[in-house]
Ligand binder design. Structure first.
Ligand code: PHE
Length: 481
């Protein structure tokens, strides 16, 4: 496999992975889901899954990419052959491609909203505006399917252009500036909202918890969000891992990605909720949360139009570096599998995702309620697509953990982890037992028929036990372990 491209700098993988991880998931989705799910309890489940499940799976996913050195689907095909396992593990690749396609569809619509706000900021139209005016402005954006489609189209086309021309590895330089700048400007917003909003109330909301507050679906959303925010379980990280230099440290890189990603989400959450409580807004208002609070800070800030404009441009940069990582694995697969050219593959994926995105567009207006969709699924098309990704990503992650934990040989893993024995033992225990049990637990906990914690806990143990006991059947080379 030595002919395969490897990124020129050791640190490039870290930068690309942070670029993929940090995005709308941190700034837009994390605060809004936290608000809808009552705060602390949601964050607790989210944080626990990041550390006990997310980080080990992040390591596992990079590992699968780096050992196979191919795109996720073909890479999994290769690994199932070399490790004598069932071809069924290829599901990891397929499930990932399906998630990527679903996520891109709504991601691009929301990124389109940021495009709208970049414009609003730079033209100064929101300067001096109060919460009510800003809220009304957002509602009128939502009420316009035409405008939303336009922004959605622009954003997805731009992402496609970058991946299609194959220059995404060249945006390294851009990311080196965008990421730190975004963090600094977030701190400015946090500082502003700490002084002018109610930071105490925000901290209480985010950091005090009562697990009983969390609805059944809240559990799934919290776990789904921890996968979403780390870009896990869908091949993005595996695709990037395929280009990672074999000497860079896996554990250190994964910890750094998780740390930066969580920090960005928490700072954004604190800033947004300080503004929410300061202005007496609704915490559970849904997907518009970021777009009706952050502009409020810029409305009064000195040089608000400029700072706000720069802020939203950085948000767009962060969203772009995430969206290209959604396109990459699917496009790479189409190239490898069907012999399409790179531009053809990208076009195929993006046009299909764009069309699906129209469902998200109309979920906020024409199909906001009372359609056949609501009758069938009890929610809007956008919420349904989100639900699917909340299931697909952890499921993909579960399979990744099991494959990396049980099918890769001891020597392969030891080599990947740089021969560090303690890491090896901890990591292997986490991916073999803890991560699969935690995912199974949350899935079982979400079932409406199940009450309390005992049944999911026992169920999770049974599932993991079955895997441990049955690994000889699943993985033919288990004797090598
Ligand atoms: N992690 C990205 C974000 O938080 C979204 C994403 C998910 C990107 C999955 C790639 C894969 O915005």
């Amino acid at each position: 496999m030595s002919g395969h491209n490897v990124w020129t700098h050791k640190g490039t993988f870290l930068l690309a992975a942070v670029g993929s991880a940090v995005g709308l998931g941190n700034l837009w989705r994390f605060p809004y889901l936290t608000g809808e799910n009552g705060g602390g309890a949601f964050i607790l489940v989210y944080a626990l899954t990041i550390f006990a499940v997310g980080i080990p799976i992040l390591i596992a996913e990079i590992m699968l990419g780096r050992t196979s050195r191919q795109s996720p689907i073909m890479g999994m095909r290769h690994l199932t052959k070399t490790h004598n396992t069932s071809r069924g593990w290829e599901t990891i690749g397929w499930l990932g491609a399906a998630s990527a396609f679903l996520i891109l569809s709504f991601y691009s619509v929301v990124a389109g909203w940021s495009l709208h706000y970049t414009w609003q900021m730079l033209t100064g139209s929101l300067i001096g505006a109060d919460a009510e005016t800003i809220g009304a402005g957002f509602n009128s954006l939502l009420a316009s399917p035409g405008l939303m489609t336009l922004y959605h189209t622009l954003f997805i086309a731009l992402s496609a252009l970058i991946v299609g021309m194959g220059i995404h590895k060249g945006i390294e330089g851009g990311l080196r500036i965008i990421m730190p700048a975004l963090f600094i400007i977030l701190l400015v917003v946090l500082g502003y909202s700490a002084v002018n909003g109610d930071i105490g109330a925000a901290a209480r909301f985010l950091f005090t918890f009562n697990l009983a507050d969390l609805s059944l679906e809240g559990w799934l959303q919290a776990m789904g969000q921890s996968f979403f925010t780390l870009s896990l379980g869908m091949g993005a990280i595996m695709a990037y891992g395929a280009y990672m230099s074999s000497t860079a440290s896996l554990t250190r890189t994964a910890l750094a990605v998780a740390f930066v990603d969580t920090a960005v989400a928490l700072v954004a959450g604190l800033a947004i909720f300080a503004l929410v409580f300061g202005a007496g807004l609704e915490t559970g208002q849904g997907p518009g949360l970021m777009f009706v609070t952050i502009p409020l800070a810029f409305a009064e800030m000195p040089f608000g139009a400029l700072v706000g404009g720069v802020f939203f441009i950085l948000v767009l940069g962060a969203a772009l570096s995430s969206s290209i990582s959604l396109i990459e694995p699917v496009a790479a697969f189409l190239v490898e599998r069907f012999d399409l050219t790179r531009p053809q593959s990208v076009a195929l994926m993006v046009i299909a995702s764009w069309a699906l995105g129209l469902l998200t567009v109309v979920s906020f207006n024409l199909w906001a309620e009372g359609t056949i969709f609501h009758t069938l699924f009890g929610r809007s098309a956008f919420e349904f697509i989100e639900l699917l990704t909340n299931i697909f990503m952890p499921l993909g992650g579960l399979l990744i953990a099991l494959f990396a934990g049980w099918a890769l040989t001891q020597s392969e893993v030891a080599k990947e982890l740089g021969g560090h024995d303690t890491w090896f033992a901890v990591w292997r225990f986490l991916v073999r037992f803890i991560a699969p049990a935690a995912v199974a637990f949350v899935f079982l906990r979400t079932l409406p028929q199940v009450e309390g914690y005992w049944i999911p806990a026992i169920g999770a143990l049974v599932i993991v036990g079955a895997f441990a006991a049955g690994r000889t059947f699943l993985v033919n080379n288990a004797q090598q372990q």
